[in-house]
Design a protein around this ligand. Structure first.
Ligand code: HEM
Ligand code: VT2
Length: 507
């Protein structure tokens, strides 16, 4: 069998290659080239060769690649290390990242998640009662809000109240918010593709990172001192947040985390949760606005499960009930993530030539000349998985282009992306919990394999509690009635501005 490299996407300009067509609308770019070249093809992205591997088999090839075959840190390091800081996530060998993921999972315990639900409700209700964007409601008029802006504020309020902790929550309206904005401005795909440019935004990012790092280290030092003075045995000092958890964790070799590692893990988690939840929360509210009958179903679910007999009043949301008795709320978040996964391209660096499984070569139809050749992705290429392409593939999903949460409630659907059977061969543990071995699923919004997300439970709890609280108090529709286009050019897929909602208090 002769060896061949994947077909190259045609491009007019050297170096720039397909950067603009890919960057502006990745899904159209993937779809067009899949028709022409099949599931595996290479494009030029500002001087870098990127080989796309589409379909569930392509996701499996990239997400379940071996440690010595593909590397995440070699692709993500340039854009994440200057933002998160040194000694964490993509600045450390993968074995250390696996331990750091275990530490974070310890902080997302059921006991802590229980506490978080009430805190999130409190933050959402305060925001709606006090924030100026909702002031029209006091005069009995509808409030017109910028969806993404409101969700960004609610997300950072709820994430800092729960995961980040009291000191961060109390500093949000002051210096910390400015630091966050400067840091966030440096979290852009430009630094992916052209790292280390002397851009003013990159200098602001570096200064903000240093100040934020010091801010967190001061919190850790103060808590440690207070715990010692108070004679408390654990440095956690009775806090339920992630800082307390990380202060108590130890690596396998017995070493506790340094203050720098704690500070930089916290910055990484702040960025992780902020972008994914604000984007997903925005898409959920916008999709619901386009399907008022689903808002109605969510409201009726709240009445059924939490109603206390008086119309319009409910028992307080709680973790257990949210997790087990609100299937419609769950399906709304699931369906939002099917249509709007925040990360459209998951990338790795090929550390060696990667053979492509024979069934993936060519356009996958047997008998083509290409099935006599094994496709090899050359060492040095970036490899890209786009699970979102299969999540909207009409050959895999009936009414793929329609927002239809009920599709998840039909018999046996709620198993989600991983098969429900948990026989040993189906799961593997990289050091931070069991994950499914199969990444050849058409639904992988949280990724798969050793780099799979560990924030899923927190994300569902945070988004579910926010949506349930908004549904209890409001009805809403899209201002101007037009569903917004996605903006693919930032790190996470956002609704193109302006995307406004008209919010009315329920009678
Ligand atoms: C709707 C919400 C979220 C979505 C859709 C999401 C999606 C993802 C995806 C696709 C990956 C895999 C990336 C890759 O393979 O390169 C990932 C990894 C990760 N996510 Fe999330 N995420 C979400 C929320 C969160 C939250 C709230 C946290 C933290 C509290 C978080 C922390 C992480 C971490 C630590 C990783 C591991 C990265 C690695 O091992 O390389 N995520 N997430
Ligand atoms: N011309 C042009 C032109 C060309 C192209 C484009 C657009 O091109 C692209 C290409 C790829 C991408 C990839 C998104 C991507 C990957 C990794 C990460 C991450 F690492 F950061 C994350 O996984 C994020 N995460 C996970 N869970 N929660 N957050 C993470 C992990 C752990 C962690 F602790 C903190 C984290 F937050 N973030 C985002 C985005 C845009 C624009 C213009």
């Amino acid at each position: 069998r002769s060896k061949s490299t994947p077909p190259m996407v045609f491009h007019w300009f050297p170096f720039v290659g397909s950067a603009v067509t890919y960057g502006m609308d990745p899904y159209t770019f993937f779809h067009e080239n899949r028709k022409r070249h099949g599931d595996v093809f290479t494009f030029l992205l500002l001087g870098r060769k990127v080989t796309v591997a589409l379909g569930p088999k392509g996701s499996n090839l990239v997400l379940n690649g071996k440690l010595n075959e593909v590397s995440a840190e070699d692709v993500y390091g340039a854009v994440t290390v200057p933002v998160f800081g040194k000694e964490v996530v993509y600045d450390v060998p993968n074995a250390v990242l696996m331990e750091q993921k275990r530490f974070v999972k310890a902080g997302l315990s059921t006991e802590n998640l229980h506490v978080y639900v009430g805190q999130i409700v409190d933050e959402v209700e305060n925001f709606v009662a006090n924030d100026s964007t909702f002031s029209a409601l006091k005069a009995g008029k509808p409030a017109v809000i910028d969806t993404f802006q409101a969700m960004s504020e609610i997300t950072i309020l709820t994430a800092s109240r729960t995961l980040q902790g009291q000191e961060i929550r109390e500093s949000l309206d002051k210096s910390f918010a400015d630091l966050y904005h400067d840091l966030d401005a440096g979290f852009t795909p430009i630094n992916f593709i052209m790292p280390g440019l002397p851009l003013p935004a990159n200098f602001r990012r570096d200064r903000a990172q240093q100040k934020m790092s010091r801010f967190y280290r001061d919190i850790v030092e103060k808590r440690r001192a207070a715990a010692e003075k108070g004679g408390l045995e654990s440095a956690a000092g009775g806090y339920h947040d992630m800082i307390a958890t990380l202060m108590e964790q130890k690596y396998k070799n017995g070493r506790p985390l340094s203050d720098i590692e704690i500070a930089h893990m916290m910055i990484a988690l702040l960025m992780a949760g902020q972008h994914t939840s604000s984007a997903t929360g925005s898409w959920a509210l916008l999709r619901l606005a386009s399907k008022p009958e689903v808002i109605r179903e969510l409201y009726d679910e709240q009445v059924r499960v939490y109603g206390d007999g008086t119309p319009g009043s409910f028992r307080p949301l709680d973790y257990e009930t949210n997790k087990t008795q609100l299937p419609i709320l769950d399906s709304v978040i699931r369906e939002t993530l099917r249509m709007h996964p925040p990360i459209h391209s998951i990338m790795r660096l090929a550390l060696k030539d990667l053979p492509v499984p024979a069934t993936m070569g060519g356009d996958g139809s047997a008998g083509k000349k290409s099935d006599t050749q094994t496709l090899i992705i050359p060492k040095g290429h970036s490899v890209l998985a786009a699970p979102g392409v299969s999540a909207i593939d009409p050959s895999l999903w009936p009414d793929a282009g329609e927002f239809k949460p009920s599709r998840w409630l039909e018999a046996g659907q709620l198993k989600g992306e991983e098969s429900s059977s948990t026989s040993p061969s189906d799961t593997v543990d990289y050091g931070w919990g069991a994950v499914s071995t199969g990444a050849n699923s058409p639904y992988l919004p949280f990724g798969a394999g050793r780099h799979r997300c560990i924030g899923e439970q927190f994300a569902y709890l945070q988004l579910g509690t926010i949506v349930a609280t908004v549904v209890r108090g409001f009805e809403w529709e899209i201002e101007g009635g037009k569903f917004p286009e996605p903006d693919y050019t930032s790190m996470i897929v956002l609704p193109k501005a302006p995307a406004r909602l008209v919010m009315r208090r329920r009678k």
